[in-house]
Design a protein around this ligand. Structure first.
Ligand code: EPU
Length: 421
């Protein structure tokens, strides 16, 4: 397995062109199952998770054309010859579970493995299943599989117990082919939901309210294909800005609407950075060391859980103390023990971590545990004295496109050590 080696200490400076958003691209690619027509997607990031969802679609019978290298992919789901996503596919990437609703809505049946837990939490899909039931699906759980059937899904009112990103996306897609109107309440409001809403509207659905608490969807009998664009990755943006801040540098990210990252930008400002917001760019200029600043993760528009680990790395070398509260996932502090190996002073109690800033981190061999935890170790490695080697880099490859190339261009001393055996 590849490793990433960083020699810390370089101040980062320059600009990064952002890739397409992983978490927007995943449901949007799945939405191609809703139509027999060809869908062309632009700014698709070249990531393991994206290759994987395309493989899932391919196994169901989709025709896939185009190279991830140039960001444009065509998907045509005209001849879907099976409606089953087996355990081996779903356990590797839980977003595959999103094929359930579109398959059910279009073909009247689907069989999809339950994903199981993952490194950051139990992550059940009960809100997804309850929502599909409200649209008339008959759902049974058998030997680890969800078996869903329906004649035709019927629009209904669904109130989510919590604004789940995945459940909101899943129901938006299923309701697009349901008969009549569906009203989704207490929806997630993340920008990725807006990007999916735009896509579904272009496919012929009448969908209002994506990005708000209530989404109204008038289902259609059939949908059309078309050309769709994936939004820029706001978490990738936040990660590079954090890298700029921790190295006391000046980093600009390009291609993103600053409003998508506003909660993080406000916290950066509180912590002492100067932020310039352009139309589709953000520049961060450090004004010395960061100041200890508390955060609590929340659904959008609050501080994103997907930035918590990277922000913690920044706080490890900040002046003073900061309290970091994780409210979205029950086990998302896996990076703490690895940061501690670099000399960080972090203690956790339940879902709260207290970080006391230290003068210096010292490089060490580290083990990545999940995507954002890995990103936090990279960010910390950029200021740690000497050499930090992060192993299990496949976690990073799931969600960051050409990470070492982009950081090198900003001035980091970073390289990928290829597995030779
Ligand atoms: N939840 C339930 N039941 C459900 C659905 C969710 O209890 O049916 C709980 C989860 O266990 C969790 C909370 O609700 O505690 C929020 O989960 P949500 O459904 O919003 O998360 P998700 O859709 O599974 C997406 C992103 C995650 C990101 C979260 C929160 C994708 C593919 N994944 O996950 O991204 O952390 O929203 O913003 O969009 C990442 O990119 O590293 C990542 C983990």
């Amino acid at each position: 397995m590849d490793k990433i080696k960083i020699v810390g200490g370089n101040r980062l400076q320059g600009s990064v062109i952002l890739s397409g958003s992983k978490n927007a691209a995943l449901p949007i690619l799945v939405s191609s199952l809703l139509t027999a027509e060809e869908c062309t997607y632009e700014r698709v990031p070249n990531l393991q998770d994206i290759e994987f969802i395309l493989r899932v679609l391919g196994e169901l019978g989709a025709e896939i054309d185009g190279e991830l290298d140039d960001g444009t992919v065509k998907v045509k789901c005209e001849e879907i010859d099976q409606v089953e996503a087996p355990y081996d596919l779903v356990r590797k990437m839980r977003a595959s579970v999103l094929v359930l609703g579109p398959l059910l809505a279009r073909f009247g049946e689907a069989k999809v493995s339950l994903p199981g837990g993952c490194a950051i939490g139990a992550r059940p899909i009960n809100f997804h299943l309850e929502g599909l039931k409200a649209l008339g699906a008959q759902i049974e759980l058998q030997e680890g599989y969800v078996i869903a059937k329906c004649k035709r899904l019927k629009g209904n009112r669904v109130t989510f117990p919590f604004p789940s990103v995945g459940a909101t996306e899943h129901l938006m897609m299923a309701a697009s082919l349901a008969q009549g109107e569906t009203v989704l309440e207490n929806c997630a409001r993340e920008p990725e939901i807006v990007n999916l809403g735009e896509t579904l509207n272009k496919m012929g659905v009448k969908l209002e309210g994506a990005g708000e608490e209530t989404i109204r969807i008038q289902g259609r009998d059939s949908l059309n294909g078309g050309r769709f664009r994936i939004m820029a990755d706001r978490i990738e943006a936040g990660t590079y800005l954090t890298a700029g801040f921790i190295t006391q540098g000046k980093v600009k990210v390009e291609g993103l609407e600053p409003i998508h990252l506003e909660a993080v930008l406000k916290v950066f400002e509180k912590a002492g950075a100067r932020i310039s917001r352009g139309k589709e760019s953000i520049e961060l200029e450090a004004q010395g060391l960061a100041r200890g600043t508390p955060i609590t993760t929340e659904p959008f528009p609050g501080f994103p859980t997907d930035m918590q680990a990277q922000f913690m790395a920044l706080m490890c070398v900040a002046q003073g103390e900061s309290e970091i509260t994780e409210t979205i996932f029950e086990n998302r502090f896996m990076h703490v023990s690895e940061l501690t190996r670099l000399g960080a002073d972090v203690s956790t109690k339940g879902n709260v971590a207290v970080v006391r800033g230290v003068h210096t981190l010292n490089g060490a061999p580290l083990m990545a545990t999940d995507l954002r935890a890995s990103a936090s170790l990279i960010v910390a490695g950029l200021v740690a004295k000497g050499e930090t080697v992060v192993s299990r880099v496949y976690h990073l490859d799931r969600g960051y496109e050409r990470l070492e190339e982009k950081l090198s261009a900003l001035g980091a001393n970073i390289e990928r050590l290829k597995e030779t055996t």
